[in-house]
Design a protein around this ligand. Structure first.
Ligand code: SAM
Length: 326
């Protein structure tokens, strides 16, 4: 299945990991719960019937709500980008003067269209905000950034995303813990938190304490979850894995990030998918830990009980058993 590409860009975007995540999630599941939606590329590609997309960044949520409500349409985006693209092309300092104008306007009004402009005209597809919550990415230094072909590409991305949105998808500006608290048995949660010790900004100030709270919430959830993290890179291991996640099943895979100002962030990294369900058929490893967590044991008992009661096991939704027999 072809991966659809979102109109918004951000660092840590998981476009290249979508096929892998889709394979692990399986074909059918209950509600899709995504507490850290970012660009939205993962959830949109899963095409759930019902979903909750959350993020602490209100601009992301306002943008997708705008598409869902019909305020932001391909036609509106085309007219906007053509007009702003022309102003950019003719602006002094090779376009920088107009880039700054849009940036300042966005910082005052928070317009979702200006947000799209900045996301697509900023350096290296990055999304970063200052300590005061203001857009903090420099111009990509291409005055003709919004040439016709590029405008068409973005308009098509908006069109594709608009067409695949379902009425039962909600976009919420809230903390990840509030979104996770909405998950029920049968739902699947996909978490992609900011990576500890890597990027930080106004909306991505991710601390050890946040990681600990997330781990507590995911240990308790009755839903199935998949969490993206990094395992190690050329320089070091992610110690958060052994501190918080080693009692779950973990898959790893090499990934190369192209975006990021720091050279370290552009190098290859071993990505991890941490799951609270069995990974039959996948080359999972648990870093030598064989004891299964209490949460998995309880889930298995609940599934067995339901089957005995003739209620049908939830795990059929995943096309795989929730976990291997003890
Ligand atoms: C790594 S990005 C997610 C990228 C996304 N999976 C994609 O492929 O585009 C992390 C996202 O988490 C959001 N975020 C950071 N802290 C958060 C929190 N405490 N609660 C909810 N969202 C948060 C950020 O605004 C950012 O959009």
């Amino acid at each position: 299945m072809k991966t659809i590409v979102p109109p918004l860009k951000c660092q840590g975007i998981k476009t290249k990991l979508v096929p892998w995540i889709r394979e692990v999630v399986g074909d059918s599941f209950g509600r899709w719960i995504e507490p850290f939606m970012g660009s939205g590329v993962v959830g949109f590609n899963m095409q759930p019937q019902s979903a909750i997309f959350g993020d602490s960044n209100p601009h992301i949520i306002a943008f997708y709500k705008g598409i869902q409500s019909g305020q932001i349409t391909p036609k509106v985006v085309k007219a906007y980008l053509q007009e702003e693209g022309e102003l950019l092309r003719n602006a002094e300092e090779e376009g920088y003067v107009h880039y700054r104008f849009v940036r300042d306007r966005f910082n005052e009004s928070g317009s979702p269209l200006d947000f799209l402009f900045l996301s697509r005209a900023g350096f290296n597809g990055m999304m970063r905000f200052s300590k005061k919550g203001r857009w903090n990415i420099p111009f990509c230094k291409k005055p003709d950034r919004f040439a016709q072909a590029y405008v068409t590409k973005i308009v098509n991305q908006v069109d594709t995303f608009a067409k695949c949105m379902k009425p039962n998808w909600s976009f919420v500006h809230q903390d990840c813990l509030a979104t996770i608290a909405q998950a029920q048995a049968g739902d699947v949660i996909y978490c992609d938190p900011p990576y500890l010790g890597r990027y930080t900004d106004y909306f991505n100030n991710w601390t050890e304490e946040d990681e600990a709270k997330l781990a507590t919430a995911l240990h308790k959830t009755p839903a199935k979850f998949i969490m993206s993290s990094w395992h190690h890179n050329d320089y070091r291991e992610n110690t958060a894995i052994s501190s918080y996640w080693s009692d779950f099943n973990i898959l790893t895979r090499d990934h190369f990030y192209h975006s990021g100002a720091k050279e370290e962030n552009r190098r290859s990294i071993v990505e991890a998918l941490i799951c609270n369900f069995d990974l039959n058929g996948f080359d999972a490893h648990n870093h030598g830990i064989t004891e299964r967590p209490q949460q998995l044991i309880l889930l298995e008992q609940a599934e067995k009980y339901k089957t005995q009661q003739g209620d049908g096991p939830n795990h059929h939704a995943f096309g795989t058993s929730v976990m291997a027999p003890a």
